[in-house]
Structures are given as structure tokens and as C-alpha cells.
Write a protein that binds this ligand. Structure first.
Ligand SMILES: O=C([C@H](O)CO)[C@H](O)[C@H](O)COP(=O)(O)O
Length: 209
């Protein structure tokens, strides 16, 4: 069954906690987004894990270097998954995987801005990665790019990984992503910037069932 990951990017900690409380039955994974980490650091991860221990917590660290050291910090804080960038060196990704093995946790490789997707997927799967994120960032979304084609490409080239997809998905577009298929649908602004975030989360959860 598809999972729903709520990306908390530009909320204050108290507002984030209140929103998660309201949508907790509709979401599976809570993402502490990169802007949220810049604002609050691992405190947000600690607080969310304490308040919602039944949920998986993903720290969207977008690690680019010092893989083992940085990944370990997220797991100590309570993250179940951290993210590392697919564009970085495989040594950094291997470092994250080492830390994940030590703590019994997961790493998600974010493919944002990776140009040769088939080549990179083959490389990272060969070093033991099993969770890959298709991602069109907010700056590329602003010029009209969506992750739909990239998701279709990923489904063709990935041999064994769980696939997540992110990039401006909302209640109106989520059905398109369901059709192509992904293990995890990530939604940030489509919920947090909606007029009624609780209704938006519920609508998306219903559509991906
Ligand atoms: O990872 C993200 C982005 O790079 C900002 O940190 C977002 O969490 C991700 O794109 C999901 O958010 P939406 O695109 O607003 O759905």
C-alpha cells in the first residue's frame, strides 16, 4: 500500500506539532523538511518523535558530505530515515549506510538534480541503497517542472528500491502519481499551504488508498 509522507518545511515547531496531531490518522511518515532543520535543527526531530512515536520520522538533511557522522546525528535524535543527495560522492552515501546499519535505520537517496538517472541508480543500488526519492525541488517547480516523467523513468530503471516521489503534489494531481506508482507520496505545500490542510491531507490519503 502507498504511504503518505507529510513534509513540514516552513512551519513553526508548535504549528507543525498541532498540524500533525490533526492529520495523524491520514499520514504514515512525518518529514522534518530541510528549511525546518535550518530553523530548528534536530530539536524538531526529537519533539516529533516524542509526540508521535508510532510514526516514522524522516529528517530531510540532504547530506552532501560527512555521511556517516551526519546520518548518525539524525538517528541519535530519533529519526528513522535521513536523506543524502544522489549527486554526491558514493563514499558519502556509503557512510550514511554504515550509520544506518549501526542504528537499524534507513537512508533515502534524494535524486534531485541528478542528470544521468539510469547510471546513478545502477551505481547506488549496487552499493546497497534500497530507498530512492524522485524529487523536483521548489525552485524547479516554480518554472513548471513536475516529477511525473522522472517517476516513470525511475520505475523503469530501479531494480529493487522503494521509490518515493516529491515535488508540488496536491489533491488534484495525486491520482496521476498513483497511476504511475510509487511506494511513498511526499506532500508538503499541497497540504501545509492548502486553505484547509486537514481536508487536503484526508483527500490525498483517500486517493492513494
Ligand atoms: O524537499 C523539499 C524541498 O526541497 C524543500 O526542502 C520538500 O519537502 C518537498 O519538495 C515536498 O514539498 P512540496 O514540493 O511542497 O510538496
Amino acid at each position: 500500500m502507498m504511504k503518505l509522507q507529510l513534509a513540514l518545511d516552513d512551519l513553526e515547531l508548535n504549528d507543525a506539532l498541532a498540524l500533525v496531531q490533526k492529520v495523524r490518522d491520514d499520514i504514515d511518515i512525518i518529514e522534518v523538511g530541510s528549511p525546518f532543520i535550518i530553523e530548528e535543527g534536530m530539536r524538531a526531530v526529537r519533539e516529533l518523535k516524542k509526540r508521535f512515536p508510532e510514526k516514522l520520522i524522516l529528517a530531510d538533511t540532504k547530506i552532501m558530505d560527512a555521511g556517516e557522522y551526519e546520518a548518525e546525528k539524525t538517528y541519535i535524535a530519533g529519526a528513522d530515515i535521513c536523506t543524502v543527495l544522489g549527486v554526491t560522492d558514493s563514499l558519502t552515501i556509503k557512510g550514511c549506510l554504515e550509520a544506518a546499519k549501526k542504528y537499524g535505520k534507513k537512508v533515502m537517496v534524494d535524486m534531485i538534480c541528478v542528470e544521468d538517472v539510469p547510471k546513478r541508480v545502477a551505481e547506488i543500488e549496487s552499493i546497497g541503497v534500497d530507498f530512492i526519492g524522485v524529487h523536483v525541488g521548489v525552485d524547479q517547480q516554480a518554472v513548471g517542472i513536475t516529477p511525473l516523467e522522472k517517476l516513470a523513468e525511475m520505475k523503469k530503471v530501479s531494480k529493487k528500491s522503494k521509490i518515493s516521489v516529491a515535488g508540488g503534489i496536491n489533491p488534484k494531481t495525486v491520482a496521476d502519481y498513483k497511476k504511475v506508482g510509487a511506494d511513498v507520496i511526499i506532500v508538503g505545500g499541497g497540504i501545509t499551504h492548502a486553505k484547509d490542510p486537514v481536508a487536503a491531507a484526508h483527500a490525498i490519503a483517500e486517493k492513494i488508498k
